[in-house]
Design a protein around this ligand. Sequence first.
Ligand code: SF4
Length: 314
Amino acid sequence: MEQIRDSEILEDLAECRICPHRCEAKRLDGQTGYCNSGRSYQVSSVGLHFGEEPVLSGADGICNVFFSRCNLSCVFCQNHQISARRNCALEEMLTLDKVVGRIEQELDKGTDLLGFVSPSHFIPQTKAIIRALHEKGRHPRIIYNTNGYDTVDSLKSLENTVDVYLPDFKYMDKALAKEYSGVGDYPQFAGAAIKEMYSQKGSRLWLDEKGKAESGLIIRHLVLPGHVENSLKVLDFIANELSVSVHISLMSQYNPTPKVAGHPKLGRKLQVEEYQQVVDHFYELGFSKGWVQELESSDRYNPDFEKEKPFGDR
Ligand code: SF4
């Protein structure tokens, strides 16, 4: 089989500035930057997933590609098995042919949604995968499932490629962003990134006849224990800078990992009263579109990437 070519599309890795770290690492020459990622297709999991918001899963599920490593260092990360920047045990260095082959196997099971999870440090590879699929006559809808730490330039380059943006919006509190994720400028960059996504997609979420997302923006926010104020400010920002018509997925699924056991705030689950304060604010601001979780669902959200199905049958 002829190898699919990708050298031209990976040019942006020559001096990598694709995410806000702007390391200028020469990833084509073997250097790695803050994310400790190189030129190849570093993937931890490709598989069908049923646990997303209903418009992204449906009965057919979504094929999610989990890149390994990350451009953030969240101490509470629930995907810590695959997101560690150093000594990430659960990753494969795949060729483009190989990763495309694996995606095709999953698409053949009947889904037409393809999600890229934590793609911010692998945007050129993401584009190469999508182009290769198009060349094979495959045109799944593309979901860009990001931690929000993206540059506006990178997002502009995705404008005609991504169908649904699915960003986290973790913090408006700079000190919290620095302490928990290693980047005090997260609010500045994530705010600009989400405004760019909104300028591309607006607030309407387009659905197909099966009720699955065709195009739009869904903002996820995970409420952290002991940090209700941060969550209220995130909602304020969206209401003031974007619109209360945006779809919000308000998540209560926080579950402490062993790394934060004993942490004064992150070492426990979210309390009902904390989540309720955020939900109340959501409605007070005038939001009405999106999803609010059941609080008791947190145990169900701990993936195990050492298993063939990291999310079980979800
Ligand atoms: S993607 Fe990685 S190497 Fe590139 S700028 Fe971001 S952290 Fe640095």
